[in-house]
Design a protein around this ligand. Structure first.
Ligand SMILES: C[S@@+](CC[C@H](N)C(=O)[O-])C[C@H]1O[C@@H](n2cnc3c(N)ncnc32)[C@H](O)[C@@H]1O
Length: 306
């Protein structure tokens, strides 16, 4: 289930998401210097090396960092992985021996790769940047189980969910429910109760951006209230994830000012269970970056108040 395919995907929020990952890689590779670990960068939804508006895609951003010892680029689309290979051959031929290109499903390959890791040897960053609901919860679990990964995960935003889920449970197709079960790691029964029966008071509010069109914002608020399961959706993701990762921070909401749609949420999770200090450093850096983005790009993103 995908939000949008092809070269026209993306917008200003794509720039923000890539800048977040770039800044985190910069800080991470400095902090991990001389720690004696093998440092990985795994890009589960690597793309073709280019982003819309001819921005450099995430694999090429990561390749700038010389302290990374191993790169894995996975993409399901053969043309994308071939085109990525081509660009990398041209621009980073000196690094080819430490790069693995995989044409396939991230949900199949990431757990396999992580099963070869050793606790006292391997550390890394994983970036999961799908169009829609392509990630399986089992993949997130495998990542958390390493206790050695910092994860940047893009999840769909409320506008996607508004289009996806019907207000009337019976009108949702089985395929949609199955996809959500896999994406959120909960059962059909749970989805039904959670979104359609239970009415928990959630401590999540959508911040109204200061310079945002009043009428449009009100419209969105009305829709959000009408479909209260949207707020539940954000809460459920955070709840599910905090069961797996010791450190989570409030996600960065990426939105499209023109259409007034909450497009995506960018989450950060630190799986390091062994060192409290490492957890604090990682989350402080991630929080610093997300707040910096909020002040640098107020028209495109904000940190969700939880
Ligand atoms: C938003 S794009 C990634 C953009 C990339 N991170 C960048 O910065 O340029 C999503 C990519 O995921 C790929 N994809 C979709 N489903 C996938 C899956 N199950 N496993 C791996 N790749 C997948 C698509 O072919 C597409 O290239």
């Amino acid at each position: 289930m995908e939000a949008k395919q092809g070269k026209n995907w993306g917008g200003l929020w794509t720039k923000v998401k890539l800048e977040v990952v770039d800044r985190y890689l910069d800080a991470y590779t400095k902090v991990m210097k001389n720690k004696g670990f093998k440092i990985w960068y795994i890009d589960g939804f690597a793309g073709d090396g280019q982003s819309p508006d001819d921005m450099v895609g995430s694999p090429l951003l990561a390749l700038k960092y010389n302290r990374i010892n191993k790169f894995v680029f996975i993409d399901k689309n053969r043309n994308n992985i071939e085109s990525l290979k081509h660009t990398v051959h041209k621009k980073f031929s000196n690094k080819l021996c430490i790069i693995e290109f995989i044409k396939g499903d991230a949900n199949e390959h990431i757990p396999k790769i992580l099963s070869t890791w050793k606790k006292n040897r391997d550390r890394g960053i994983i970036f999961l940047d799908p169009f829609g609901l392509e990630i399986s919860w089992e993949t997130i679990k495998a990542i958390a189980n390493t206790e050695a990964v910092d994860l940047w995960l893009l999840t769909v935003g409320s506008s996607f969910m508004l289009r996806l889920l019907s207000r009337d449970y019976k009108r949702n197709s089985q395929a949609i429910i199955k996809t959500l079960e896999r994406y959120l790691g909960v059962s059909e029964e749970y989805i039904k109760k959670y979104f359609y029966v239970r009415q928990p008071q959630l401590p999540i509010s959508m911040k109204k951006p200061d310079n945002y069109n009043q009428n449009r914002t009100e419209l969105i608020r009305a829709r959000l209230d009408q479909y209260s399961f949207i707020r539940k959706f954000v809460h459920l993701i955070q709840e599910q994830i905090s069961n797996l990762f010791p450190i989570t921070i409030p996600p960065l909401v990426l939105y499209d000012k023109t259409s007034g749609q909450y497009k995506f949420m960018l989450h950060f999770f630190c799986a390091n269970n062994n060192s409290k200090r490492a957890q604090v450093i990682a989350s402080d850096i991630a929080k610093y970056i997300t707040h910096l983005m909020e002040s640098k790009y107020p028209d495109v993103c904000f940190v969700l108040k939880i």
